[in-house]
Design a protein. Structure first.
Length: 203
């Protein structure tokens, strides 16, 4: 029962978190309350952190024996995951505008674009020329870079699913803003990992 409750908590957090940044809601706020919309990002971030804390407290209270310990020849896997995630986070941070990410730039100049760049242009340089969502990819890797009990496995599966859905929803906004430019970018660059495929979006 305790694990079912954990799943419910994570699913509820992910659903609310995604809903508050959905295209339908943000467009309604942008059009109906343009003067207030610039506060959306920073309030969204604060609410996400505040509501995440009780979920994490319950999650860490469960504990349990590891199901996956990454021992023996497998111990290099979490090391590679950890190193790769750091590279993705740092490389992504060099392309993203942190003030835009935190919602502070919007407070100053009412800039509410969908991309995390200072001038709202589509940046496809650096790590963004290799993968479209380096932070999401780094997040999916780092959660597996540790010994895993049942609560960890359930949490990781939900988080990875959430990140995939979040990336898809984010790309709807980007396609709406940049049109064919972003569609061409999708065809050229994989979504999460630099794996080539013959056709379709690459992950």
């Amino acid at each position: 029962m305790k694990y079912i409750f954990l799943i419910i908590l994570w699913a509820a957090w992910c659903a609310v978190h995604s809903g508050l940044i959905s295209l339908v809601l943000t467009e309604r706020l942008r059009k109906g309350y343009p003067n207030l919309f610039r506060y959306h990002r920073i309030l969204y971030n604060l609410f996400a952190v505040a509501t995440l804390l009780p979920v994490l407290l319950y999650y860490y209270s469960l504990g349990g024996d590891p199901i996956i310990a990454w021992s023996g020849p497998w111990k290099t896997i979490p090391i590679m995951f950890g190193i790769s995630s750091v590279i993705l986070f740092v490389s992504g941070g060099r392309r993203y505008d942190f003030l835009q990410f935190l919602g502070l730039r919007q407070l100053k100049n009412e800039n509410t674009c969908s991309v995390l760049t200072e001038d709202c242009s589509l940046d496809t340089r650096g790590i963004l020329s290799i993968v479209r969502h380096p932070w999401y990819a780094g997040g999916m890797l780092i959660v597996w870079a540790r010994p895993l009990d049942l609560s960890d496995l359930l949490t990781n599966l939900i988080i990875c699913g959430y990140l995939i859905v979040g990336a898809v929803l984010e790309e709807r906004k980007l396609k709406r803003q940049f049109g064919d430019q972003y569609t061409a970018y999708q065809r050229r660059v994989p979504m999460f990992f630099p794996i080539k495929r013959r056709s379709g979006n690459r992950m």
